[in-house]
Design a protein around this ligand. Structure first.
Ligand code: FAD
Ligand code: AMP
Length: 479
């Protein structure tokens, strides 16, 4: 006989586990199924984000940043340190420890909230029946009044660079190097490529990033993207080649020779390791039985409406497996929305206020519309920006690179976007998210009192600059 639940969640990444906890909190009898086994073959929760994504990458970004500061920046503060050396093994152990704490924490939260967990692979069949194949091969059948598909995404592989153990790796492999490669190639100058390239560059690798497109960070506001490109190439030392499409690779002894096309013709580079970071694709393999009725779109995403309903009543899908940005917090918010809908509330999500962050140093972060998008949409806007170089706290922190830019509607003054390239941008952008969520005007931000001295004063000044009223810079135009 099948176990019956109000909600069955398939996948325990930040989409699935948050949905399950919320559903349980709302009084729904909830089950979650997760198939992930870690390196020790132990079942773990938390999905890509906790195991091989957001968290381990940030752990290594932090360690590599600390090493880089100690080796290169302490001297400026009058601190002399000798023999600064990175210990990759220790950095990796620290990273694994953090991952272990967080995935264990998720298991505890699921248990503490009364969610029933199943370790194995879930397959959705017709009539909202889910068959779970456990790791020992046995099966159990669950019946859900409602189903939430939260099976996430996996790295895209491209034929010119097939995965080759210990040499050509995806983002997961790039978080596991046991030594610092002398010469590292990265394919793709997207978020993941830039973050992983930064980790190894700071630890001492020569890093070449090959990007097929001519434009850098096309989704970002181009004033910010230009600032970031200049910094990454001139100051951070990343060799980013735009307009370089990788077409082939050849393993030669313990190295890989990569062939790529540029406007100047075919070129070759040899690397000790190659990271393929060309994007991720939705993952539904083995999860949707033929008769389940759930439709996919032409790119393989589960087809959903604005409230994450699939083509089958009572079956929802959230996170990376559906349209929209592949971000942990987007999946979590969708999980909350769907749990509330199932509990009978009329929940909605504001897709216009999802923050994007690239955790380089300085960080790139934005929310809302870019100037390029507003131009294309024919919206009349005004914008103001403020350089970090004019912020006292930034000077104290040796973090004077970058700027904050705010865009507001020319007629209504409503904040339409905030774009930042600065140290601490990942934290500062929350102010923009709140401004958008609360439909603030630029004037609301202008009239807000910001603590001094803080990096966030740049947000205040950028809001003032929208109306040419910045205090600590000479404004472009007189009012
Ligand atoms: P996932 O986290 O992919 O989880 C899906 C889960 O479903 C997996 O555990 C999988 O094992 C399980 N599953 C799949 N099929 C089945 C099945 N049939 N039965 C049972 N279980 C199944 N995002 C950010 O917002 N910030 C960041 O800083 C960030 N950094 C990243 C860095 C890297 C290197 C990578 C790779 C990604 C990063 N991301 C980041 C993206 C983020 O990890 C994803 O957006 C997020 O994990 C998506 O959550 P999800 O719940 O949709 O799917
Ligand atoms: P993202 O989707 O943000 O993770 O970024 C992935 C990047 O990889 C995109 O900017 C793509 O243009 C880039 N890319 C994809 N295929 C290739 C290729 N063959 N050579 C170089 N860059 C590529």
């Amino acid at each position: 006989m099948a176990d019956k639940f109000d909600v069955v969640v398939i996948g325990s990444g930040p989409g699935g586990y948050v949905a399950a906890i919320k559903a349980a909190q709302l009084g729904l009898k909830t089950a979650i199924i997760e198939k992930w086994l870690n390196k020790e073959e132990k079942p773990v929760y938390g999905g890509t984000c906790l195991n091989v994504g957001c968290i381990p990458s940030k752990a290594l970004l932090e360690s590599s940043e600390k090493f880089h500061e100690a080796a290169h920046d302490f001297d400026t503060h009058g601190i002399s340190v000798k023999d600064v050396k990175p210990d990759v093994k220790k950095m990796m152990a620290r990273k694994s420890d953090i991952v272990g704490k967080l995935t264990g924490g998720v298991a505890g939260l699921l248990k503490g909230n009364g969610v029933t967990t199943f370790e194995g692979k879930g397959m959705l069949k017709a009539n909202k029946v889910v068959e779970v194949t456990k790791h020992d091969g046995s099966t159990v059948t669950l019946e859900g009044e409602n189903i939430i598909i939260a099976t996430g995404s996996i790295p895209i592989e491209i034929p010119p660079t097939p995965m080759t153990e210990n040499l050509i790796v995806d983002s997961e492999g790039a978080l596991e190097f046991d030594a610092i490669p002398k010469r590292l190639g990265v394919i793709g100058a997207g978020v993941i490529g830039l973050e992983l390239g930064s980790v190894w560059k700071r630890l001492g690798s020569d890093v070449v990033v090959l990007e097929a497109m001519d434009k850098f960070l096309p989704a970002a506001d181009q004033a910010i993207a230009k600032d970031a490109f200049k910094f990454f190439t001139k100051k951070a030392g990343l060799d980013i080649r735009l307009g370089a499409r990788v077409t082939g690779s050849e393993v030669k002894k313990k190295q890989v020779e990569v062939t790529f096309e540029t406007s100047e013709g075919e070129q070759k580079e040899t690397f000790d390791k190659l990271i393929v970071a060309v994007g991720r694709r939705p993952y539904t393999e083995g999860c949707l039985d033929k008769g389940c009725g759930v439709s996919l779109d032409e790119r393989g995403f589960v087809q959903v409406d604005d409230q994450c309903r699939t083509t089958v009543p009572g079956v929802y899908a959230i996170g990376d497996v559906v349209r929209g940005p592949m971000l942990a917090h987007k999946g979590s918010e969708e999980g909350i929305m769907v749990a509330e809908i199932i509990a009978g509330h009329n929940a909605q999500m504001n897709y216009d206020a999802i923050p994007n962050v690239i955790y380089t140093h300085p960080e790139v972060a934005w929310v809302g519309k870019t100037e390029e998008e507003l131009k294309a949409e024919g919206v009349e806007y005004k914008s103001g920006s403020f350089p970090m170089a004019a912020i006292g706290r930034a000077m104290a922190q040796e973090a004077t690179d970058g700027q904050v830019k705010i865009i507001a509607d020319a007629k209504t003054d409503r904040v339409l976007g905030m774009h930042i390239f600065a140290a601490g941008a990942s934290e500062m952008i929350a102010q923009g998210v709140i401004a958008l969520e609360f439909a603030s005007s630029a004037e609301d931000l202008q009239l807000t009192c910001f603590a001094h001295p803080t990096l966030s004063e740049a947000v205040h000044e950028a809001a003032l600059a929208v109306d040419n009223m910045a205090i600590h810079k000479v404004n472009r135009k007189k009012r």
